[in-house]
Design a binder for this molecule. Structure first.
Ligand code: AQP
Length: 333
């Protein structure tokens, strides 16, 4: 990852549970492909995860599993920098510097903050509120050009851009302004149980959510129960949220266009279609499950990879943080 000609990508994922098909399609499935063309920096963002209550032992376990999972999805720690966020304290420091260039009003408008506050009314902590500032630091510390995200993170990326621009105006050019990289298809995978809601790791309804480590029977069973509509015709159209979601998922895992899918299931019922989607997803994820088990049986290797990743992440981000410290007027020598 030393080629300086290539553009820089930063992306992160929270270790808040086993990744969903939404996380996979919207974000991580692209991470491996991007490694060839870009200098990629990927992070397991455990500092973001504690904005909602986590059981410490589980968070530790999920963090290691998340690291093994991104490798199982094709992230190669020899091609990319892959690290655990809390191993690089520059993120916490950048968070403070950038907080002082972020407005209370703009944070108040973040829909994820509103949604998570409603979901956790007994713990509306300051970290949940300032989450997007920490995320801005994650990206800006590496001079990222592009940030692959699902559509749900677009508002946060916009905030990161605004904060960077404001800082640059206040103190002169310091941070690169990042662009979002959102997939054309699959940017918003919806819950199978309620296709008006996004599929989420923390969804209480297990049937609505496909986890990428679910076995084939479980995946097919969940797809069979997917909420659809009464038209019984496989076609992509307004008002058919459930079918549109299944078509999107099927299109991503098979590479078929919506027209091809409509032709393939012409005259067939939703039952056949749901089974076909379930099987295609399960087969697509099978190699990920196998690789994940392999990595998890060698924890020493995982540790070696994330230790090396953190060193590289610290090296790059320290330069940018130092520059920001200098610009705001801290005594640095
Ligand atoms: N349903 C989704 N469709 C497409 N992309 C999605 N992403 C998440 N859900 C979908 C993308 O996955 C990346 C990592 O997300 P995250 O773990 O940092 O946090 P999140 O967006 O809050 O994901 P979850 O699954 O909903 O986690 P919890 O339940 O813990 O809040 C991001 O790029 C995101 O866009």
């Amino acid at each position: 990852m030393e080629n300086t000609e290539k553009k820089i990508i930063f992306s992160g994922i929270q270790p808040t549970g086993t990744f969903t098909l939404g996380n996979y399609i919207g974000a991580i499935s692209n991470w491996a492909k991007l490694q060839e063309e870009y200098n990629c920096i990927y992070s397991i963002v455990d500092m973001h995860a504690i904005t909602v209550k986590q059981e410490p032992a589980k968070l530790r376990q999920h963090t290691i599993e998340a690291y093994a999972l991104i490798m199982a999805c094709g992230v190669d720690p020899n091609k990319s920098i892959a690290f655990i966020q809390s191993h690089n304290t520059n993120h916490a420091e950048a968070n403070w510097i950038l907080s002082c260039s972020t407005q209370f009003g703009e944070l108040s408008r973040m829909t994820q903050f509103k949604a998570k506050s409603e979901k956790h009314p007994d713990d509306i902590n300051a970290g949940l509120f300032t989450y997007p500032v920490l995320m801005a630091g994650d990206i800006l510390l590496y001079n990222a050009d592009l940030v692959p995200i699902g559509a749900d993170q677009k508002q946060h990326l916009e905030l990161a851009r605004n904060v960077a621009q404001r800082f640059n105006q206040k103190y002169s050019e310091t941070f690169k302004i990042p662009e979002p990289y959102i997939p054309d298809v699959g940017a918003r995978v919806m819950s199978l149980a309620d296709p008006t809601k996004k599929m989420s790791k923390s969804d209480e309804n297990q049937n609505g959510c496909i986890y990428i480590l679910d076995d084939k029977d479980t995946i097919v069973r969940k797809f069979k129960k997917a909420v659809t509509d009464s038209e019984a015709k496989v076609r992509y159209a307004q008002g058919k949220d459930g079918i549109n979601n299944l078509m999107t998922i099927y299109s991503v895992v098979t590479g078929k266009s919506f027209d091809e899918i409509e032709r393939e299931f012409d005259g067939k019922g939703y039952g056949d279609f749901k089974v076909a989607v379930g099987e295609a997803v399960a087969d697509h994820l099978e190699p990920v499950r196998t690789k994940f088990a392999e990595y998890m049986s060698d924890k020493a290797y995982i540790k070696e990879c994330y230790t090396k990743g953190a060193e590289a992440a610290r090296r790059i981000s320290s330069k940018v943080l130092r520059k920001a410290y200098k610009k705001v007027g801290f005594v640095i020598d």
